[in-house]
Design a binder for this molecule. Structure first.
Ligand SMILES: Cc1cc2nc3c(=O)[nH]c(=O)nc-3n(C[C@H](O)[C@H](O)[C@H](O)COP(=O)(O)OP(=O)(O)OC[C@H]3O[C@@H](n4cnc5c(N)ncnc54)[C@H](O)[C@@H]3O)c2cc1C
Ligand SMILES: Cc1ncc(C[n+]2csc(CCOP(=O)(O)OP(=O)(O)O)c2C)c(N)n1
Length: 480
């Protein structure tokens, strides 16, 4: 992305003039390159430097242009460079490849943890897993590239993960990380050997102790590694992980019933329906928090679908702006934004942009009338939840007034038709779904502290006259 930011005229800079800001400071932390054009003679060179940064680092460049400079003629307006997508291969030395092969060949139980860096290495990853009889766990940003057509897939680890992904990593004797920066230290094994392949050396060892660092791109490195790997090892580690994964999937599907108590729509069911009805090349965006949980667990990727969210930073309210960007970039694809009610409330004005720009984005609002995940975290910590209630507007009415097709679903049986109608509609649409507030999203393992915290919350709730919340919690999670 290239962003061009305006600046006041150079003659006024530094005087605290009307509308003076310091864009270099504002954008420094959220861009890969940020520079001010201070002389027309810098153009188009500076523009090209900015574009080169954005293309090479697949990130954001910001060029700041003061008004008076913007109005000047560039002495040499002709472009000097072209910007084809760079193609390159980075592979490790033979010594590092041999070390990695030795480590893997001497291990009985290998697990692979792959991430977004495996985007173009799907075939190589699977070929390696086959030779190693290794389960493949993926980090969330790798979901769209790794999960599909993958007989070795055992899901994710982390709080959003499942027992299979968690255990495959904890039980292995060697963990091979490929193109991932999975951040949560407590989900790495303590005693296994860990090797990490990453195209950027500085990424290696940021999250856990690494026994072998290998710098290279995933595709080329795995291609060169494969002939060095011996096959024929025991399959038990793989088969038990796959079996657990099958059970996990059954459990998750059981938590998404298509029937339910009156007024309790399970967000899992909603997401499952979206998954079934969405097109084969849909682009999904999801808000932090619970929409991210349900997207990770109930959306199926197929190599063509995309899943985008604020996964690295975890900022609320990204789904709608990201959907707008995605729809502008891919006008012919279906774009579906899974929004939290707290998240959507933060960017309601963007609903107007959908009509203004004629973007047929489908906005699904998970209306649980709460900052629900934060509320759940409070409960797990034994805190009586506080200040997490949301007094929501009628999102569908706001959507309607903004020129969107607006639909509401308040009961489970209404969900399917609502999603079908929205997806079939040619223009922008909003579907407001009243989902269960007290839905627990269970992590793959529950610590003693979390269980104790939940117990303390329940006790505090009953003692302070909020016992009905405990009953709601039980009804939502255990009685379906
Ligand atoms: C509410 C919330 C909860 C979350 N919970 C979880 C969770 O439970 N589990 C989970 O997994 N995630 C979770 N996440 C996401 C998490 O924060 C990380 O963003 C995610 O795990 C990182 O995924 P990644 O390693 O695939 O991608 P990145 O962090 O982008 O790492 C990719 C790595 O690949 C490298 N790379 C790039 N190209 C190549 C190449 N060609 N070859 C080799 N290397 C390459 C990069 O240098 C980088 O180090 C959560 C996020 C949110 C918002
Ligand atoms: C900009 C920003 N502010 C605050 C937070 C902390 N935070 C994370 S999730 C969350 C609540 C999200 O509420 P909502 O969008 O309704 O989703 P829900 O958890 O209810 O599904 C908050 C306050 C954040 N991540 N980003």
């Amino acid at each position: 992305m290239l962003a061009i930011a305006a600046q006041i005229n150079t003659s006024e800079l530094g005087t605290n003039y009307f509308q003076e800001t310091h864009p270099e400071h504002l954008f420094a932390q959220c861009s890969h390159y940020c520079a001010t054009v201070t002389d027309a003679a810098q153009m188009p060179r500076l523009l090209e430097v900015a574009i080169r940064h954005a293309v090479s680092q697949r990130g954001v460049s910001v060029l700041i242009v003061p008004g008076d400079i913007a109005l000047k003629e560039a002495p040499n307006p002709k472009p000097r460079l072209s910007f084809p997508e760079p193609t390159f291969s980075v592979w490790p030395s033979n010594t590092d490849l041999d070390r990695l092969a030795d480590l893997l060949n001497s291990s009985e139980k290998v697990t692979i943890l792959g991430g977004a860096g495996c985007a173009d290495a799907h075939a190589e990853l699977i070929a390696l897993a086959k030779k190693l009889c290794a389960p493949i766990v993926h980090a969330l940003r790798g979901k769209e590239y790794i999960e599909y057509d993958n007989p070795f897939d055992v899901g994710m680890t982390g709080l959003l993960g499942s027992p299979a992904g968690y255990r495959a990593i904890m039980a292995c004797d060697t963990l091979l990380m490929v193109g991932t920066d999975f951040p949560y230290a407590q989900f790495y094994p303590e005693h296994a050997k860990i090797a990490q392949i990453d195209i950027r050396g500085e990424q290696i060892g940021r999250r856990c102790k690494i026994d072998l660092a290998v710098v290279g791109d995933a595709k080329t490195t795995l291609e060169k590694l494969l002939p060095k790997i011996q096959g024929g090892r025991a399959t038990k580690h793989l088969t038990s992980s796959l079996e657990q994964h099958r059970e996990d999937r059954e459990d998750l599907d059981g938590q998404a019933p298509d029937h339910g108590l009156p007024g309790v729509i399970h967000p899992q069911h909603l997401t499952k329906v979206i998954n079934e009805k969405a097109s084969g090349d849909a682009i999904f965006t999801c808000d932090v928090r619970t929409p991210t949980v349900w997207a990770a667990r109930y959306l199926t990727m197929n190599g063509r679908r995309r899943l985008v969210g604020s996964f690295c930073h975890g900022s609320m309210a990204s789904a709608l702006p990201q959907a707008i960007g995605a729809q502008l970039a891919y006008p012919d694809r279906q774009v579906i934004a899974l929004c939290g009610d707290g998240g959507l409330a933060m960017c309601l004005g963007d609903l107007l942009s959908l009509r203004q720009l004629e973007l047929p984005v489908k906005v699904i609002v998970y209306r649980n009338d709460a900052l629900a995940f934060v509320e759940m975290e409070m409960k797990a910590a034994g805190i009586l939840d506080f200040a997490t209630d949301l007094v929501n507007p009628d999102f569908a009415m706001i959507g309607k007034a903004s020129g969107l097709l607006a639909i509401k679903a308040n009961e489970t049986f209404e969900v399917e038709a609502a999603i079908e109608q929205a997806l079939a509609y040619k223009g922008p649409a909003i579907v407001e779904v009243a989902v269960a507030r007290q839905e627990l999203s269970m992590p793959p393992t529950i610590t003693f502290e979390q269980a104790k915290g939940m117990g303390i919350f329940m006790l505090k709730a009953v003692l302070s006259g909020r016992g009905n919340e405990v009953i709601d919690l039980a009804k939502t999670n255990f009685l379906h």
